[in-house]
Design a protein around this ligand. Structure first.
Ligand SMILES: NC(=O)c1ccc[n+]([C@@H]2O[C@H](COP(=O)([O-])OP(=O)(O)OC[C@H]3O[C@@H](n4cnc5c(N)ncnc54)[C@H](OP(=O)(O)O)[C@@H]3O)[C@@H](O)[C@H]2O)c1
Length: 428
């Protein structure tokens, strides 16, 4: 592992600076929360802030936007020489082009955009390092818990070799609701949308894409590896049934939508998707939209962070702290990041056999699975739970392709809903 030389040192706040002038890209949920926070009085703020211009797609009128001058012309965001650019557009373009242009002009950039970092992080961070311009992205992963910058400035503390995180509040909320209240997945999703906890188009969250992008940001930081989101083995939560959560408890654990990775000099294994965690796992008790990250260092110690993952207000707070840091603190030394491929890890599995496939007896099932190399460690009897007739069991670690083959060989396997989710040990 490369330990970059620590050259960063805190530069005391320049209280003679009369104000910090921001150009804000995007006035959506995060952008509007940033604007609102800038306009609020706050005694602890080192220097007053002012938004000199905000980039919008269409001009908006109304009290909430009256105090924020706006433009629909992307090139106009550099007029008036902003001190910092805050990118809150989301997506890849025009965010990438505007961030690169800001760096070219020597203007520090703050972003909360994990897609941008997952897909173009190497290009943007290399450009920023070459130009000596801060590019901060603390709010891109677990926005309400600032840990990325802290590790960037403390490279010895970053000697991490594995991580496990609940990094998507929407899916943690949905899975928690399915667990605690039961009900149908689509009803719980609709309720999350009504409460503003899921997007009108929830695909990126429920299919695990958002989590995989955040995992790429985490791998860059902690493993110094550039892994592309499409290289991460990713599964969604939409096939989970409320009965799976009850039976997971029966089998000594719980199901959570996680990202997990471990790495060595030679390889990275990682996945994003629902996983069965033993009930003594550090993240097993996190409910609702809460986020968490468990890091295991090379000495075997565990570091845990939990807190609000997103929400415009929590994100805006972290964004504005990044603004202050980008002006008053020397950038952390750039990590030497190597491109890497990522393979799915070999894990155990929590399996549900439904429909006619559930009629198989435990002895016959175990014998048939054993013949294919799949060892069963715990199982329930066949039962009807929350309206689902099925049986559930947990296996020893085995490759997914071998598990799939073994499950397909069971009698009536094609007739019922079969689900398999990875299991993680308590020490991951
Ligand atoms: N929401 C959260 O809690 C949260 C938390 C952490 C990180 N983030 C990240 O923060 C970023 C912003 O998220 P958000 O929730 O604020 O999204 P949002 O509500 O969709 O806001 C994005 C805004 O950018 C505007 N925009 C997009 N493309 C534009 C263009 N080409 N020109 C001008 N304006 C454009 C959109 O305008 P239109 O409305 O006209 O499309 C919209 O107002 C994303 O990268 C997201 O991943 C969000």
């Amino acid at each position: 592992m490369t330990i970059p030389q620590l050259v960063s040192s805190f530069v005391p706040c320049d209280r003679t600076r009369p104000e910090i002038r921001l150009a804000l890209l995007g006035l959506g949920r995060v952008g509007s929360a940033v604007a609102a926070l800038v306009h609020e009085p706050f005694a602890g703020r080192p220097v007053p802030m002012r938004i000199i211009t905000a980039l919008v797609r269409t001009e908006r009128r109304g009290p909430s936007h009256a105090s924020t001058p706006s433009t629909t012309d992307p090139s106009a965001i550099f007029d008036g020489d902003p001190d910092v650019i805050v990118e809150a557009l989301g997506g890849l373009e025009p965010a990438r082009t505007l961030v690169l242009e800001a760096i070219r002009r020597g203007i520090p950039v703050v972003t909360a955009n994990k897609s941008l970092l997952a897909h173009h992080g190497g290009e943007l961070l290399d450009a920023a390092a070459r130009a000596g311009v801060p590019l901060r992205y603390e709010a891109s992963v677990i926005a309400g818990v600032p840990f990325l910058g802290m590790f960037a400035r403390r490279p010895y503390a970053s000697r991490i070799h594995s991580l496990c995180g609940l990094v998507n509040g929407t899916t943690n909320y949905i899975v928690s609701e399915l667990d605690v209240r039961g009900g149908d997945y689509l009803d719980v999703l609709a309720e999350a949308q009504r409460r503003g906890l899921a997007e009108p188009d929830p695909t990126k969250d429920v299919d695990g894409i958002d989590a995989a992008e955040k995992l790429c940001v985490l791998l860059r930081q902690f493993a110094a590896r550039a892994v592309r989101p499409e290289q991460i083995a990713t599964t969604g939560i939409s096939r989970l049934h409320a009965a799976d959560l009850v039976q997971a408890r029966e089998l000594g654990g719980t199901i959570k939508p996680v990202v997990a990775a471990q790495w060595s000099e030679a390889s990275v294994t990682a996945f994003a998707g629902p996983a069965f965690l033993p009930s003594n796992h550090a993240l097993a008790r996190l409910q609702g939209a809460a986020n968490g990250l468990s890091l295991r260092d090379v000495e075997g110690h565990r570091l845990c962070f939990t807190g609000p993952g997103a929400g415009p207000r929590a994100t805006a707070v972290t964004v504005l702290d990044d603004v202050v840091e980008s002006l008053y603190e020397t950038p952390a030394p750039a990590l030497t990041v190597r491109p890497a491929s990522s393979a799915a890890p070999e894990t155990g599995w929590f399996v549900r056999l439904g429909g006619a496939a559930a009629t198989i007896g435990a002895r016959e099932r175990d014998a048939l699975l054993e013949r294919e190399g799949v060892g069963v460690t715990r199982s329930t009897d066949r039962r009807t739970c929350r309206g689902l007739d099925a049986q559930w069991f947990v296996t020893r670690p085995i490759e997914q392709s071998r598990l799939d083959l073994a499950l397909r060989a069971l009698p009536h396997a094609h007739t019922g809903p079969i689900l398999s989710v990875r299991t993680l040990d308590a020490d991951v």
